[in-house]
Write a protein that binds this ligand. Structure first.
Ligand code: NAD
Length: 417
């Protein structure tokens, strides 16, 4: 029995096997580093505002412990399952290894719709979930962060619950916190900023002028919004965006500040006056220079991959492209910035936040961004050069670089007992 069996987990395994085949990894090491090290499934009873008690299912998966503590976000989404969370934990492992962070991958999830919970209900759910996770989280064990449906406020409740339990403030237990309680400047924007930086490096390579380029963003949340702003800084026009409630398009470019105000007022980009409504599924087929999927997994599939009309596919989301779609894209001129490279800016600045918390010495935003761009530049050069010299797709190159580091570390540490 495989407890993680699910389309997303099986997809992550297929990507892993492709990299392992390319690296010619021995079966013994393959098996050792593929399966998650541990998973905790929890039942979270929450008292709702009307007095009723409802139970939510949550989990935390830690993928490998070869480098040090594990690290990864917490997702609140109605469809969050153990299998999906395990896949996300696995991708975190290859991502951290690729960019050289001393972490294994982890991920957590609670099956709930945070938009339908009051602030009090969300806080009680978060605190109870944290309490259930206490045996397996901590600054030297496993450090959560935000993901879909969670934000700095949720991280603050996690830090507070853990700190109350320990009897002293422990900011290093979680990253993506508010600045006032040990958060890092630049963390909220980091994933999107990193996506923007790497897209501009891809534009350089493909000789695309950023000031004349157009972008489409699927999922205008934390990652999508900040990626859009990072691109706009270089003059790139954002012509369409979507979220779970709708999609909007304006060939002349969307006014981002007005769009953000509209989203804050209405909770969605749908209905934005400065654009036309389009069908959300059409967004990926719009002609543009860069398409940024920044929502859920498995959005680019064998059904729509051939319809992509972008030059660059920049994976802000984790796992947005299925292996079947990858095979179609391999025969096209679409340049793929694979997820474990493209959205790695988030975990890089989470690492900076953890380092700052442990040393109680905080950096300016300029220092954070400078260090972030250096790491991303190095990873971009590694992956593009590896893809070129080995004649493999960018995803295989990124995965091979990440997986090989974990495989080496596991082999060097040997087997206990
Ligand atoms: P978020 O909750 O802030 O935003 C997600 C957005 O996607 C929301 O606007 C939501 O309405 C939209 N969405 C949901 N379903 C959709 C659909 N079917 N079509 C279009 N839009 C849809 O989440 P986020 O933190 O921005 O995360 C987005 C993706 O980026 C996830 O795959 C996440 O794992 C990945 N990621 C996040 C971070 C981070 O630092 N937050 C880091 C790395 C990767």
């Amino acid at each position: 029995m495989n407890p993680y069996d699910s389309p997303t987990y099986n997809m992550a395994c297929e990507q892993f096997e492709q990299a392992a085949n390319f690296l010619d990894l021995p079966e013994e090491i393959r098996k050792r580093i593929k399966s998650p090290k541990r998973a905790l499934i929890v039942n979270i009873p929450v008292r709702h505002d009307d007095g009723s008690v409802r139970n939510y299912h949550g989990c935390r998966v830690q993928h490998h412990l070869a480098f040090g503590p594990t690290k990864g976000g917490i997702r609140y989404h109605p469809d969050a399952t153990l299998g999906e969370v395990a896949a996300l934990a696995m991708w975190m492992s290859w991502k951290c290894a690729l960019v050289g962070l001393p972490y294994g991958g982890a991920k957590g999830g609670v099956a709930c719709d945070p938009k339908k919970l009051s602030k009090g209900e969300l806080e009680r759910l978060t605190r109870r979930y944290t309490q259930e996770l206490i045996p397996i989280i901590g600054p030297y064990i496993d450090i959560p962060a935000p993901d879909m449906g969670t934000d700095a406020q949720v991280m603050a409740w996690i830090m507070d619950t853990y700190s109350v339990h320990m009897g002293y403030s422990t900011p290093g237990v979680v990253t993506g916190k508010p600045i006032e309680i040990g958060g890092s400047l630049g963390r909220t924007e980091a994933t999107g900023r990193g996506v923007g930086y790497l897209i501009n490096r891809a534009f350089d390579l493909l000789k695309i002028d950023a000031a004349k380029a157009t972008a489409v963003v699927q999922g205008f949340g934390n990652v999508g919004e900040h990626a859009a702003f990072a691109l706009a800084l270089h003059g790139t026009k954002i012509i369409a965006v979507s979220d779970s409630s709708g999609a909007v398009y304006n060939k002349a470019g969307l006014h981002l500040d007005d769009l953000v105000i509209h989203k804050a007022d209405h909770g969605t980009v749908a209905g934005f006056k400065g654009a036309d409504a389009i069908k959300p599924e059409e967004i990926v087929a719009l002609p543009c220079d860069v398409l940024v999927p920044a929502a859920l997994e498995r959005e680019i599939t064998e059904k729509n991959a051939a319809r992509l009309k972008c030059r660059v596919l920049a994976e802000g989301a984790n796992g947005p492209t299925t292996p079947e779609a990858d095979r179609i894209l391999a025969n096209s001129d679409v340049f793929v910035l694979p997820d474990i490279l493209c959205n790695s800016g988030g975990v890089v600045v989470s690492y900076f936040e953890w380092v700052q918390d442990l040393q109680n010495f905080f950096w300016s935003e300029a220092e954070v961004n400078d260090k972030l761009y250096r790491i991303l530049e190095k990873a971009f050069v590694h992956v593009t050069q590896f893809a070129k010299t080995s004649q493999v797709p960018m995803r295989t190159a990124a995965m091979a670089l990440g997986v090989s580091k974990v495989a080496k570390a596991a082999a060097q540490r040997g087997l206990f007992p």
